[in-house]
Write a new protein. Structure first.
Ligand SMILES: NC(=O)c1ccc[n+]([C@@H]2O[C@H](COP(=O)([O-])OP(=O)(O)OC[C@H]3O[C@@H](n4cnc5c(N)ncnc54)[C@H](O)[C@@H]3O)[C@@H](O)[C@H]2O)c1
Length: 356
């Protein structure tokens, strides 16, 4: 295991990226961020530096801008890259698939070319359990056949193939693809968390905004699944655990050549109604929700077989569902309007008109 010294984090101002910056700064790494802030705020990075008590260097740039990326690599002795920058909403990807291919696949190609040009050949990649498609296997292991069902999931799958081919062609390359399940929560300090632009696509920030009255109620998609309470089952994992997994992955890049794939999940499933109950406990009020139709393409259950990362790296997540809800709620209460917006309730349509 060799520790890199300087790590470039693409998408470092985003939800998972900002937590990973804190983790790496806390372990003594030099951190360089490239982010175009298309789904984040530079203020997240101010909070990161205050939390860690150490500075990082950030550049505002689109990953597809080879010239800008080239200048960043020329200015820093980068040892390894953790690549988060991407668009990530499954539903949106059905509407604008070419944007997803351009940004997610084009961004990754641009990054790999620049890495090669500067002799950097270690990469940790953000993949997703969506590459498994709607398999209803009890636990999804890394050997489960991939069957992505949306342009978003296909963009992640293609990037994994790109990495495999790059590693095959250039033996000095090593890459780890982390397929995460459902990252939620926030830093326990409540200083950084999930603050997407526009109406949230993900369930946890949606619930926190319902709890403060910015959104009316949560829609639970499907209540007639063959599960104990009829709602779909997911594997929620605390974002600080996900960040810790990335630090370890960066340290393990030298263990073996080629592309290696690991799930990051807890191996424990929770139904949507169990999540709503846990969140209601955390925020001290009953969260309003409505049961609606199933969404096409949603799996009944998506729970990780998390044994490979435990066996090979001795890594296990530390936080449970109650902690995920507690920390997400703390971030919401300390930052009622997110990083940038003025505090106070806004109505849904005003947010949509302003920000989408
Ligand atoms: N959050 C999840 O539920 C989840 C699950 C599985 C995988 N992932 C993957 O993890 C990664 C990070 O997710 P997140 O939840 O932190 O998302 P996020 O949107 O909060 O973070 C992504 C960051 O990348 C930036 N970005 C986007 N396009 C860019 C570009 N072309 N150039 C430079 N910066 C760009 C955004 O501004 C943002 O700061 C993504 O690749 C996502 O697909 C997320």
């Amino acid at each position: 295991m060799t520790k890199p010294t300087t790590v470039l984090i693409t998408g470092g101002a985003g939800f998972i990226g900002s937590h990973t910056c804190v983790e790496l700064l806390g372990h003594g790494y030099e951190v360089v961020v490239v982010d175009d802030y298309s789904n984040s705020s530079p203020r997240a990075l101010d909070e990161v530096q205050k939390l860690a008590g150490r500075p990082l260097t950030a550049y505002q740039a689109d990953l597809r801008d080879r010239g800008a990326l080239d200048a960043v690599f020329a200015a820093h002795p980068i040892d390894a890259v953790i690549h988060f920058a991407a668009k990530k909403a499954v539903g949106e990807s059905m509407r604008i698939p070419l944007d997803y291919f351009d940004i997610n696949i084009g961004g990754t190609t641009s990054l790999l070319r620049t890495m090669r040009a500067h002799g950097v050949h270690k990469l940790v990649f953000s993949s997703s359990c969506t590459v498994y498609g709607s398999s209803d296997a009890t636990l999804l292991g890394e050997d489960e056949p991939t069957a992505p069902t949306s342009p978003y999931a296909r963009s992640k799958w293609v990037c994994e193939q790109l990495l495999a081919d790059t590693c095959d062609r250039y033996s000095e390359f090593s890459a780890v693809s982390l397929r995460y399940f459902n990252p939620v929560g926030a830093h326990p300090s409540g200083r950084i968390g999930e603050d997407p632009r526009g109406v949230p696509n993900n369930v946890m920030p949606y619930m926190t905004q319902v709890a403060v009255g910015r959104l009316e109620r949560l829609s639970v998609f499907g209540s007639d699944y063959p599960t104990p309470d009829g709602t779909a089952i997911r594997d929620y994992i605390h974002v600080v655990d996900v960040a810790d997994g990335h630090r370890l992955a960066a340290e393990r890049l030298d263990d073996a050549p080629g592309l290696r794939v690991f799930n990051l999940g807890t191996g424990v499933g929770a139904s949507v109604l169990e999540l709503v109950e846990a969140f209601s406990q955390a925020c001290g009020k009953t969260l309003p929700y409505e049961l609606t139709d199933r969404r096409p393409g949603d799996a009944i259950r998506a729970v990780a077989d998390a044994s490979k990362v435990a066996r090979e790296w001795g890594w296990q997540p530390k936080y449970d569902l109650a902690a995920m809800c507690r920390d997400a709620w703390r971030f919401q209460t300390l930052n009622p309007a997110g990083y940038d917006r003025a505090a106070g309730p806004t109505n849904d349509s005003a947010r949509t008109a302003q920000e989408v």
